[in-house]
Design a protein around this ligand. Structure first.
Ligand code: S3P
Length: 178
């Protein structure tokens, strides 16, 4: 596929629990591209977990790191990038990768996101959900963010689909837009 592939970067965006990291890993394998995850890049650079960064340095600092990590990805070609759920909320970040990048929104309902994020461990990794009422938080944040996710180049509905199913849908979609 790579020899006729005109797309330089594929960037997965969407809410927490939409499957960006797991689908990204699967899709990158299929494309034969490296998989880069902005949250992982940040954790590696900081040598600490996202939850630690939020707790001890604050969300604003995390967002600065997210912008820095994105800037460093701009020159990379033929890479699959998974982002954090808030990545698109600052328009400067997608602008750093566009127009070379194709942004794919992994759409997820509040119910499905809550189901996928149901485990305590999954929630512990996501400081923004550490609220007394995670369900209300997910619904509110999703409602606020959906109009922005919608500005991605493509949308894939992930509810009820496996990681492999979603990867296949994206692969087909990308091929059809060659
Ligand atoms: C965030 C989502 C997280 C991580 C950070 C902030 C958000 O990534 O970047 O906790 O603002 O939605 P995932 O979407 O991979 O959980």
């Amino acid at each position: 596929m790579a020899e006729v592939w005109p797309i330089e970067q594929v960037v997965l965006v969407g809410f927490m629990g939409s499957g960006k990291t797991s689908v990204g890993a699967e899709l990158a394998l299929r494309l034969g591209w490296p998989h880069l995850d902005t949250d992982e890049i940040i954790e590696r650079a900081e040598r600490r977990k996202i939850s630690d960064i939020f707790q001890n340095s604050g969300e604003q600092y995390f967002r600065t790191l997210e912008a820095r990590a994105t800037g460093a990805l701009a020159a990379q070609k033929e890479v699959l990038i998974s982002t954090g759920g808030g990545w698109m909320m600052d328009p400067r970040l997608p602008a750093m990768l566009r127009p070379a990048a194709t942004l794919v929104w992994l759409e997820v309902s509040a119910e499905q996101a809550l189901h996928r994020l149901g485990g305590t461990e999954a929630r512990d990794c996501r400081p923004l959900l550490a609220s007394p009422d995670p369900e209300a938080t997910v619904r509110r944040m999703l409602a606020e963010r959906e109009p922005i996710y919608r500005t991605a180049d493509h949308a894939i509905s992930t509810d009820g689909l496996s990681v492999a199913d979603v990867a296949t849908e994206i692969e087909m979609l990308l091929r059809s837009h060659q």
